[in-house]
Design a protein around this ligand. Structure first.
Ligand SMILES: [Zn+2]
Length: 170
């Protein structure tokens, strides 16, 4: 499946498909260049920037290569990440037309992250919000639970179970 990096109306560059992608399909493995460690930190002179990184829930950090480092966030996403045995796959949650930008809900790749201003432009946009599944409101948590990365589910199983049990009490 062919992916292209093009200018995005959401932010900077984005990742686009050159053909229709049916929902419930696997697009690719995410291109992870290497692990970022104290011995091998990011090298900004080579264009390696913090926002090109993927943070695994076990505390390790990977430098994401092209084209995947340009995946933008949307509060109405089209793709999600599925990590198994530390291999990260890019999966589709809905039908994607040719030339559409692939967008990811960053909060399903993260459990507790930073506050930032979203300008994704979707009618459902949360605007300024804290990234991370635990900071989504409960209806959104239930909507996105099936798309949570299994690696995150494994590491944060107790917190996720608390969310489910709270739903039962309401
Ligand atoms: Zn948004």
């Amino acid at each position: 499946m062919s992916l292209e990096v093009r200018d995005s109306i959401i932010h900077g560059k984005g990742v686009f498909t050159t053909a229709h992608v049916p929902k419930h399909s696997v697009i690719s493995r995410v291109n992870m260049v290497r692990e970022v460690t104290d011995e091998y930190p990011l090298d900004p002179d080579k264009g390696e920037l913090e926002h090109h990184c993927h943070w695994y829930p076990d505390g390790t950090t990977a430098l994401v290569g092209e084209p995947h480092r340009y995946l933008n966030h949307s509060c109405e996403p089209k793709v999600f990440l599925y990590t198994i045995n530390k291999v990260c796959y890019l999966m589709v949650m809905r039908d994607i037309q040719e030339d559409e930008e692939l967008t990811l809900e960053y909060s399903v790749t993260d459990f507790g992250g930073q506050v930032w201003d979203c300008r994704c432009g979707s009618p459902d946009c949360r605007g300024r919000h804290r990234c991370g599944f635990r900071y989504m409101n409960e209806s959104r948590q239930m909507q996105y639970l099936p798309y949570l990365d299994p690696f995150i589910v494994q590491v944060y199983s107790d917190s996720i179970q608390e969310i489910l049990d709270r739903q039962l009490q309401e």
